[in-house]
Write a protein that binds this ligand. Sequence first.
Ligand code: BG6
Length: 381
Amino acid sequence: MIANTPEAASPAPFAHRMLTEIHQQPEVIAASIEHYAEQHQLRPEIWQPILAAFGNCSQILIAASGTSRHAGLVAERLLEELAGIAVDVEYASEYILQHAGSNPGAAVLVLSQSGETADTLAALSEAKRRGAATIAITNVAGSTMARLADAHLVTAAGPEQAIAATKSFTTQLTVLYLLALALGQYRGFLSSADVEQHLSGLADLPRLIQQALPGWQTAAETAAVNFLHARSFLFLGRGLSYPIAREAALKLKEVSYIPAEAYPTGELKHGPNALLGAGAPVVILAAADPANPSSFARYNKSLRLLEDIQPQHPHILAVGVAGDPNLPHLAAEILSIPAATEYLLPILEIVPLQLFSYWMAVQRGLNVDSPRNLQKAVTAE
Ligand code: BG6
């Protein structure tokens, strides 16, 4: 059982709760991994009930809101690529309006850090009414969604007090990766050796984040000073990094009140390019796993796009792998992440961008822990 008490993640001497929770991520990601896997093997006692109920589902519909839905967009690719399961991701608030005949036979997975969000709870109730098998992934073991769903997986983020979701998001991504591995192995898409290799890489992730945090903290603060007067931002990402671009844009909006949009990088030339200009910088996710051909192909396309827009003199913040020789002449600021496999890059990319949003809000003198108009859980529909 994961402790969901304050001591679950050791407090740290930071100026704001959001910053404390960003720095707790190595510890709580490690705790999440330990709950579901040990010695690079998935814990059978944890996964057997889940697999018995959902292992043979051919389709999963994910319903969630806000940051949790961005975790769902990452899960869509993880479940399709690692387990061969077709996935649809729906805004929870839209799912309940969907025709009841849509996605027949699909299992429904709801994602919610609070486990109480009204729209997502309504989606879960509707899924049950339609007779769908349901799973909930929440950060609160005793939440309404945890109790209502047929099966429940808890993240080990511990209580998240800042309104802007940070550690609850990265522990959602961690548990979703583990779910994709478990389903992939059960369905014969992954061998035990494949799973062991993925888990070995995942086990190293907390250390990679812990080691990178001091440098990210400084680089994100410097970048925030250089982008302080931006009127709006455009976030770009491809593949698994597109949901991260979405999440980074939402973080910036939530805590700094600066308009921000996110697009698949390839969409820039189909309209959003008109937005580029002074005071409208671009944040591009340009990391790659060189051992993964499609990851590297996406990276090369992003480099070409960066080269193509140079004549527009855009102000660019790039997130890239440390030591990448191609980015310094294409971007004014770089947030460097450690080299890692494709499926770990989303978590490594979002942490420095969480810090960037934090510093943008602090530099603007805003209440970063309790932004205006927002609630930690929207429990009224
Ligand atoms: C909103 C928060 O109220 O609810 C978002 O401002 C959050 O940050 C969204 O992502 C969904 O919350 P939950 O608890 O369902 O993950």
